[in-house]
Design a protein around this ligand. Structure first.
Ligand SMILES: [Zn+2]
Length: 271
């Protein structure tokens, strides 16, 4: 499903978990971010980029290493791969690949490409790292907390912000690695809003938006979720934290993610 399209950008949303794949097409390069999930969906993106790329440099960007985001990697064998430096040292590589195999087995899915963990050609190591591609500039930020290997990517002057699994309108923060890192990432998000002219924020799941009020709201709601959950837990009111699920659209599955957050916070807080 095409979620959004303009002259340079197409956001293709998977039927699964409203996961977004992005293709950016300019006169200087083609870039595909997190091409995913189902075989037909990946094939659609592969064909789309094949049609558009000509002899332009072709980049594949991974926002983080979660299996749903890297599942399409080997369908794009000639791309230069951009990703966070921490993706390289990820100790869970084999477990991530096993999640893909498990998923494909569960639904009898066959793919016309190999399942593999991305080899990163261009690694993002620090905030404000830039990559010049013709008259375009990619600016990267470290975005940890959801996982420990995430990145934000700003593409200017287009004003595109590829955010990975942050700032979704359909998910509260899913904190797999660290709640304090997650908060740091949200602080970076606040700075990005001030320092860059954002035309389109593309989260990993849910709706893309160019509305600055909406972006600020998403940042605020993510911060509030973490602060309030932590606060209620210090007051021994864990059950009350579940009321957050009333505001989100898929409470049955999301309850599991909230539980995961609670368990991680408990570890962090030593309770
Ligand atoms: Zn993720």
């Amino acid at each position: 499903m095409i979620l959004y399209k303009d002259n340079h950008t197409v956001v293709i949303q998977s039927s699964l978990f409203q996961t977004n794949s992005t293709v950016i097409e300019t006169e200087d390069f083609i870039l595909a971010a997190d091409p995913c999930w189902l075989p037909e969906e990946v094939e659609y993106i592969r064909r789309y980029t094949d049609e558009k790329k000509g002899d332009k440099p072709f980049y594949l960007l991974f926002t983080h290493s979660d299996y749903d985001h890297i599942i399409g990697y080997k369908a794009f064998p000639n791309a230069k791969v951009i990703g966070g430096a921490n993706m390289i040292g990820n100790t869970e590589k084999e477990a991530i690949l096993e999640q893909i195999r498990e998923f494909d087995d569960s639904y009898y899915l066959k793919r016309n490409y190999e399942i593999a963990y991305p080899e990163i050609d261009y690694k993002v190591e620090k905030n404000k790292q830039t990559l010049k591609l013709g008259k375009y500039t990619l600016t990267f930020y470290i975005a940890n907390g959801h996982t420990n290997d995430g990145i934000f990517t700003l593409i200017e002057p287009l004003g595109i912000w590829i955010a990975g699994d942050y700032l979704s309108d359909i998910e509260f923060p899913y904190i797999y690695s660290s709640s304090t890192d997650y908060e740091k990432t949200l602080e970076i998000a606040e700075k990005i809003v001030k320092q860059h002219r954002i035309q389109l924020l593309i989260p990993g799941h849910g709706s893309a938006t160019g509305d600055s009020k909406e972006i600020e709201k998403r940042i605020r709601e993510s911060k509030d979720y973490i602060t309030k959950t932590r606060q209620l837990m210090t007051e021994n009111k864990e059950l009350e934290t579940y009321s957050v699920l009333d505001h989100y659209p898929f409470p049955r599955i999301m309850k599991k993610f909230h539980e995961g957050n609670i368990n991680l916070l408990k570890k962090e807080m030593g309770i």
